[in-house]
Design a protein around this ligand. Structure first.
Ligand SMILES: [Zn+2]
Length: 182
């Protein structure tokens, strides 16, 4: 690959996944580690950013559907047709069974708030925002989504229903996704 191709792929990745990666950064900033506790099992889960980026790099063409979905106001995930594993953010290749035959599905409109944190110390790219809330929402589709939560944190309670929004966010003006109490 030439440098230009590498740059262009890298720009595309930033567009696609810069936002969730930045959100993850803010979680890391708040807790010191890319780790959170799974509320169901109590197990500590490690979120490996670099590993995700590598997978995306290998399959950037196939996940263009994710961008098309955002443009239509839909948040899409993938399901492995061979083993049934579900992926959000979507993956074009299944790390579990190595198949590359994926079905694209639209994420459910409402999930349940598991936990959240208020971000006071912001990354430079988000310094124009007031303090914001990042939450982890359990979706009925079988995975959790980490995203911004548009709400007064004092009103939030574990288990409350959260509606998924896919739209242009004021401030950045690009299409992204976040949650709001349902
Ligand atoms: Zn699979």
């Amino acid at each position: 690959m030439s440098d230009n191709v590498v740059n262009s792929v890298s720009k595309t990745l930033d567009k696609l996944y810069g936002e969730p990666l930045k959100q993850l950064e803010t979680l890391i900033g708040a807790t010191g580690l890319p780790v959170y506790k799974d509320p169901k099992s109590g197990a500590l889960l490690w979120v490996d950013v670099r590993e995700l980026r590598l997978r995306f790099t290998l399959s950037v063409n196939k996940i263009a559907k994710f961008v098309d979905g955002l443009r239509e106001g839909k948040l899409l995930y993938t399901v492995c047709k061979r083993c049934g594993a579900k992926y959000f953010p979507p993956q074009a290749d299944c790390p579990r069974c190595k198949a590359s035959d994926m079905e694209w599905r639209e994420t459910s409109p409402v999930g349940e708030l598991i936990t959240w944190t208020v971000i006071n110390v912001k990354p430079a790219s988000f310094s124009h925002h007031a303090d914001y809330v990042v939450g982890i929402v359990k979706m009925p589709d079988g995975f959790n989504i980490t995203a911004w939560v548009e709400a007064d944190p004092k009103t939030l309670k574990p288990g409350m229903k959260m509606r998924l929004l896919v739209d242009r966010r004021p401030g950045e003006n690009y299409i992204t996704y976040w949650f709001k109490p349902a």
